[in-house]
Write a protein that binds this ligand. Sequence first.
Ligand SMILES: NC(=O)c1ccc[n+]([C@@H]2O[C@H](COP(=O)([O-])OP(=O)(O)OC[C@H]3O[C@@H](n4cnc5c(N)ncnc54)[C@H](OP(=O)(O)O)[C@@H]3O)[C@@H](O)[C@H]2O)c1
Length: 257
Amino acid sequence: MTADKSKVAIITGASSGIGKAVADLFAHKGYSLMLGARRIDRLEKLVNTMKKSSSGKISFCELDLTSTDSCVDFAVKSLKEFNKVDIVINCAGVALGRETAEAANPSEWEKMIHTNYSGPIRLFRELLPAMKELGDAHIINIGALAALHPHPGSVIYASAKEAMRMFLKCLREDMLGSGIRITNIDPGITKTEFALVRFRGNENGVSKMLEGLSPLEAVDIAECVWFAASRPKHVNIDQITVLPTDQSSPTRLHRTT
Ligand SMILES: NC(=O)c1ccc[n+]([C@@H]2O[C@H](COP(=O)([O-])OP(=O)(O)OC[C@H]3O[C@@H](n4cnc5c(N)ncnc54)[C@H](OP(=O)(O)O)[C@@H]3O)[C@@H](O)[C@H]2O)c1
């Protein structure tokens, strides 16, 4: 199915990994895009490449989810540029470290809470009136398998993702009758820059974590996003959980070596 060319998608976390794969796929489907992230040099390069092959209008704007002003500014600029939003896909997210609660760094906790929860919910809040006016809009959030199973070394990341899941469920209750669809997608291990950020740049740590595993690719998640987005408007996919075949929980993995 190809998208109506006039459709507009706002995508956070588009500078890397899942967000970048989602942006590529939606551009290919003919959507107009507003891309957000902190590394605007990357967004600029991506947009310049996409413009060559996409029929939609592609724009980008700096977004730092740890700053309320930046979230509001991003929403205002997106609506000014496109006048509407059909779908907002929140792919930005971060996990920092794997320390236990008493050993963790509180400023990293704050970054995780803002990036995975407070920032995106403020962004959704700013976009809701325009989405409601459209009467046929969609919010898709990339959560995490981590939110579904308690496990050590993930106390803030997992709880911020779980808070977002409940926010989205409550929002769906509040928005019932508005035509707004809401989807949460929880991936397991996916090969992106996520682990490198979590291991604070330690490539050996990442290699060890992925040893003997066949993780998901970013495009696997992008295809789930597209599946949810391309259902007929009377169909709301509430929740998708997608794992590598060799993973059954955050801590249970089958390794071939
Ligand atoms: N990869 C996995 O194994 C995995 C598993 C479960 C869930 N997830 C979730 O999947 C989502 C996508 O992650 P990924 O795997 O694609 O990782 P990634 O490659 O590290 O991408 C993360 C994205 O989030 C953006 N971001 C980080 N902090 C931000 C901030 N303060 N403000 C705005 N944007 C910010 C980054 O852009 P800038 O740095 O340019 O700002 C980047 O575009 C995240 O929500 C993550 O929690 C990933």
